[in-house]
Design a protein around this ligand. Sequence first.
Ligand SMILES: [Zn+2]
Length: 263
Amino acid sequence: MAEQGLQGKLSLERGVAERPAHRSQPIQSHDSLATLPGAILNLQQTAGNAAVSQLMIQRDDDHSVAAPSKSTTAADEHAKAIVTAAQAETPGIEERAVNAVTAILDTYYPDKKSMVNKVIWVEDLDGLNTKAQGRGPKVTGELQVGRKFITHTTGPNFARHVLQVAHELEHVQQHRDGMGGNKKAPEREFLAFYHEGTATEVPHTGHMGPVMRIKLLNQAIVNYNLLSDDDKKKYEDQHKDLLEKKASYEAKVKPEKTAGEGD
Ligand SMILES: [Zn+2]
């Protein structure tokens, strides 16, 4: 089964697994044992043993020590190690792309990792995409990653990239909940972009700026406008909340600040 390939042999990720969930996505805890740091193994290939030892040491400390850094937002060593590996010269870009997504899954969403049956490279993809495999409550996702995702896996974009992976996991859950099929694509994207655009950053991954949030919420609006009248009514409250939050992000954006946002 697909899940086997995604389970690692160590159990170093628990510190992260126990951190509070960052969003209210209605995903149950799966049977995953959260014993899966493929991320560690991948980093071993890409960033060398020093980085891995570093990670292991940090994990051990996670139980007792509140992160020594300034805030819950600032990128920590785990985030930096993934970015460093993503931007390294070796291995090839395809492998680095798959490794980066796998490392994000292992590090930030260990309890949802069993929802993904594999991560594959699809060069021309604009970011990430999920292809549902199977039917009903056992659907898993083939997570596809393209060139743009990996070339943009840099410090300023990292918090968003972590939330972008959550967006794809939400799609898997949507398929499990009976929201599959082309007809429901706008509903899936409305919800996933709304949640991504308004989500609190996963702790210690960095910051997602208001310009990016506005872009994501605009995508949610495009999809909302494609809904049937009944569905528009069904999501009236979320739509209202979205517009209010978008207005508050817009109020934060000063014209001279938009330059460094990136995507
Ligand atoms: Zn989507």
